[in-house]
Design a binder for this molecule. Structure first.
Ligand SMILES: C[S@@+](CC[C@H](N)C(=O)[O-])C[C@H]1O[C@@H](n2cnc3c(N)ncnc32)[C@H](O)[C@@H]1O
Ligand code: SF4
Length: 377
């Protein structure tokens, strides 16, 4: 592989805070449910030591975005979040335009907690609302109800000093077209910058996988997607990625850095990293169990992307960006494009799956994104 210049590649930080009140039956994220007194301190100490030991991966860069994800980060005290951000500030690791995002579950959304987050340095919050309809929340067996969803969106839409986003979900058992339309209309009635709209996927190793579920048929899913697009477009929200909708310039910088093939350092149990090291790309995964990570925060399971796997790895990310990426942007971000990638791109253009400009799927190529990505395997 061609020599890459790692110091030019933008770097993000992902901090995994693993605890949840209960496990949702559809979720296969790395979570634990029995947080005890003292666990937060022990985990944060491990994360701080992990960061201290990651200097070679950081390689004199500053983080362009920081993402507190979970699990349920909002189960963690402000004191601990403040300690983490202060450490990153003191170590001069935060870029001046850094987006610092924090995920909350609706039950923990209250003015006091959010003001504490803002005072600690958080400038974007993301609420896992899922739905405003009790029937959908009950099908998902969430631990919040429709009143919690409404209260949460009311509170965050009143904040204009920071960016806000919520998650909604579609394709849930029993969910009707009208129910989804209502969810999206409620979202549009509030002043929120961004929406992540996920289709429910049934992941192996989840409780739902073992159950016989009556999921909505393909036709209803397609109608839901069409209706969501119409309502969102007429409210100035545009899709810029598979599940991401935003008002102009309100994109998630953190997620865009993933899809632009930027680097990211992941700390916390089970966190993933992608780091460019001279002529190769190293992907790492931390130990998954909270106690194992606390005992050994440096240990990772590693995988190197080589010239055989590079094109597919790159296409899987770049092609998610709906408006495509120009070669100028790719060059600016220090991303390497191989000759074989360019050959496969030409094949995609001939098949009508890729656009002639930059790296971009055509509308048909975006509809059948997996096939388009597989051109690069
Ligand atoms: C892993 S959660 C973390 C944040 C927070 N705990 C929450 O539930 O919103 C992030 C988002 O992923 C969604 N998610 C998790 N598993 C999913 C699945 N199988 N299909 C669709 N969305 C899923 C959740 O509903 C949530 O909106
Ligand atoms: S969806 Fe969110 S709250 Fe539910 S188990 Fe997963 S991380 Fe926890």
């Amino acid at each position: 592989m061609k020599i890459l210049n790692p110091t030019r590649i933008p770097l993000s930080l992902y901090i995994h805070l693993p605890w949840c009140e209960k496990r949702c039956p559809y979720c296969d994220f790395n979570i634990e449910i029995n947080k005890q007194e003292g666990d937060e301190e022990a985990l944060i100490n491990a994360i701080l030591s992990d960061l201290d030991n990651s200097k070679d991966y950081i390689n004199n860069r500053k983080f362009i975005s920081i993402y507190f994800g979970g699990g349920t980060p909002s189960l963690v005290s402000i004191k601990v979040i403040r300690r983490l951000i202060t450490k990153l500030k003191n170590d001069l690791l935060i870029h001046r335009d850094c987006e610092i995002n924090f995920e909350l579950n609706p039950k923990e959304v209250n003015e006091k907690y959010i003001n504490g987050l803002i005072a600690a340095g958080i400038n974007r919050i993301s609420i896992g609302i899922q739905s405003f309809d009790q029937a959908t929340l009950s099908s998902l067996e969430r631990n919040h109800n429709e009143n919690d969803s409404l209260k949460a969106i009311e509170i965050i839409s009143a904040i204009d000093s920071i960016n806000t986003t919520i998650d909604l979900i579609y394709g849930v058992m029993g969910q009707t077209l009208d129910s989804l339309k209502k969810d999206i209309e409620i979202f549009c009635n509030y002043s929120i910058d961004h929406l992540s709209l996920y289709q429910l996927t049934i992941e192996p190793n989840t409780i739902f996988y073992k159950k016989k579920l009556l999921l909505p048929e393909e036709k209803l899913i397609a109608d839901m997607e069409k209706a969501a697009k119409n309502i969102l477009n007429s409210n100035q929200f545009h899709q810029y990625e598979v599940s991401s909708w935003s008002k102009k310039n309100k994109y998630s910088n953190h997620n865009l850095n993933y899809w632009m093939y930027g680097d990211y350092l992941g700390v916390g149990p089970g966190a993933h990293s992608k780091i460019t090291i001279n002529e190769s790309i190293k992907r790492m995964i931390k130990l998954k169990a909270v106690q194992s990570y606390i005992d050994n925060p440096i240990k990772t399971k590693d995988l190197f992307i080589n010239s055989e796997t590079y094109d597919l790895d790159l296409a899987m990310n770049l092609l998610r960006i709906k408006q495509g990426v120009s070669f100028k942007e790719i060059e600016e971000k220090g991303v390497y494009i191989s000759d074989t990638f360019m050959d496969k791109r030409l094949e995609g253009i001939e098949k009508g799956l890729l656009d002639k400009e930059g790296v971009k799927a055509t509308s048909i190529g975006y509809k059948f994104l997996n096939d388009t990505i597989n051109l690069f395997s």
